[in-house]
Design a protein around this ligand. Structure first.
Ligand code: FES
Length: 133
């Protein structure tokens, strides 16, 4: 990632190309995997945000073969967004601080004072059900 992107907090993970792949109702975020090809490969990710969601969400198809969901908010001062770290089982803040976390949300390195929030996720056939409290 370029220093320019880090200075301005521009993350690598994009929103899904098909905005109809997800819906949110009463604390539950549902993602239809057949409409979210970004999540078809390990290391893939999408970010979901907007007025209909109570918090920004990052969903990652982990290198461990499992799906993981996070509140997309670094705990360091700038509260920048996070991205999967290519080639590693980790998540990294897009800012110059580069705080890094494992899939359990635990801080591994960087200036972030706390873990990032993980969101409960259940795979149900071709759907992911995520609890966004
Ligand atoms: S905002 Fe994440 S390391 Fe600073």
């Amino acid at each position: 990632m370029s220093i320019f992107k880090r200075l301005f907090g521009i993350c690598e993970t994009r929103p899904p190309a098909d905005t109809g792949c997800w819906s949110y109702t009463d604390g539950t975020l549902e993602i239809r995997l057949d409409q979210a090809p970004e999540l078809s490969r390990e290391g893939g990710a999408i970010r979901l945000e907007g007025p209909s969601l109570p918090k920004r969400v990052l969903v990652v198809h982990g290198r461990d073969g499992r799906f993981h969901a996070f509140h997309n908010r670094c705990t360091h001062l700038g509260h920048r967004r996070i991205d999967p770290l290519p080639g590693e089982d980790k998540i990294r803040c897009c800012s110059v601080g580069k705080s890094t976390f494992d899939y359990a949300g635990k801080r591994v390195s960087g200036p972030a004072p706390e873990s990032i929030e993980t969101l409960a996720l259940e795979a149900d056939g071709d759907k992911l059900i995520i609890s966004v409290a």
